[in-house]
Design a protein around this ligand. Structure first.
Ligand code: OSB
Ligand code: MG
Length: 368
């Protein structure tokens, strides 16, 4: 294909309720959408970088900058447009994986649409629907948390993930386990809020039969996670630390994780995400698909990935209404605790022009 140009679109979507994690509170999801036009076809990618560099060093303004100033020009200068050639064309630029992922996804979507092929088939999906978990934020009180969890269980979610931080860990976990029973599939996510000195506190979570504890320690503390894993019985899962298939192989070899959260944006795209899946499968390490408060555009692509054979745990693949009253695509609706994997060409979803216009803050067209 021949690239005609790339549109960068800044959007802001209000959340149905504030989402609080150990690194901050989000009330409006700001994001960058990338639309690639090539040979008259178009494709979309959603950049998962958040408004502030709190979860990761990337943030939305920086992603917009690096796409416009470096990534899109390098792609435009790189010859025939092909999804598998995007990462090599951008490899000289360090980091900025979320920005790179959005651009690669848009190219992949355009290419697959032109060929009439679904992303799920391209990635190697083996299921046509996936089980849904939900990530539940830190609340002001335990009763509030119990109400929120009950609502999600009533909506059919098959797995609950509680966000934790020092001061909001053993008590809320104990309360949820007590109220909803031992059969509830329950896990926690600390977003790097602890240190190895907190091992005795984290070991108290062992009593609650959690599926896993996600990223208790800082992103770069892989050896710390290995040391912690020897001191607690809850399986350690890594999110922030896994920035590539190589990082996954290293973390597994070092004993730092028994489970991996795969987020395509964090590792530079769906093609690298599939390699993370493959490396984990080769080591017998289960993976699940993480989320980044995606709109329907990013959610559709995540569902395709979550349908690969190694995704044996329910992911943070929730319905659109978990975060948004109105999505910018046809909404994803959880039925019987599952979401259907889109079957149409590319990601299988199209932005709704009216809804998209509502949330758009700015657009920028970059001709090739
Ligand atoms: O750590 O998994 C995380 C949201 C934003 C940034 C990081 C994380 C999350 C979530 C929610 O836990 C995932 C989702 O429902 O999209
Ligand atoms: Mg996480």
């Amino acid at each position: 294909m021949k690239l005609e140009g790339v549109e960068l679109r800044r959007i802001a979507m209000p959340l149905v309720s504030p989402f609080r994690t150990s690194f901050g509170t989000t009330t409006v999801r700001e994001a960058v959408l990338v639309r690639v036009v090539a040979d008259g076809a178009e494709g979309w990618g959603e950049c998962v970088a958040m408004a502030d560099p709190l979860y990761s060093s990337e943030y939305a303004d920086a992603a917009t900058q690096v796409l416009g100033r470096f990534l899109v020009p390098a792609l435009a200068a790189s010859g025939p447009l092909k999804a598998h050639r995007v990462a090599p064309a951008l490899a000289a630029f360090q980091g900025h994986r979320m920005a790179k992922a959005a651009l690669e996804t848009a190219v992949l979507d355009a290419e697959l649409r032109a060929q009439g092929r679904p992303l799920a088939d391209e990635l190697g999906a083996v299921r046509d629907r996936v089980p849904c978990g939900v990530s539940v934020g830190i609340m002001d009180s335990v009763p509030e948390l119990l109400d929120a969890v009950e609502e999600y269980l009533d909506a059919g979610y098959v797995r609950i993930k509680l966000k934790i931080e020092p001061g909001w860990d053993v008590e809320p976990v104990a309360a949820v386990r007590e109220r909803f029973g031992d059969a509830l599939a329950l896990q926690v996510d600390a977003n790097a809020a602890y240190t190895l000195a907190d091992a005795p506190r984290l070991a108290r979570l062992d009593a609650f039969g959690l599926l896993l504890i996600e990223q208790p320690l800082p992103e770069e503390d892989v050896l710390g996670h290995a040391a912690l894993a020897r001191r607690i019985s809850t399986p350690v899962c890594l999110d922030e630390s896994i920035t590539s298939a190589r990082a996954a192989a290293d973390a597994i070899t070092l004993g730092a994780c028994a489970i991996v959260n795969v987020k395509p944006g964090r590792v530079g795209g769906y093609l690298e995400a599939r390699r993370v899946h493959d490396v984990c499968a080769a080591h017998g390490v289960p993976v699940w698909c993480g989320g980044m408060l995606e709109t329907g555009i990013g959610r559709a692509a995540n569902l395709a990935l979550a349908a690969l054979p190694g995704f044996t745990l329910p992911g943070d693949t929730s319905g659109s209404d978990r975060y948004y009253r109105t999505d910018i695509t046809e909404p994803f609706v959880v039925r019987d605790g599952h979401l259907d994997v889109p079957a149409g060409p590319g990601t299988g979803v199209d932005p709704l022009a009216g809804e998209l216009a509502q949330v758009t803050r700015s657009t920028q067209w970059l001709p090739a």
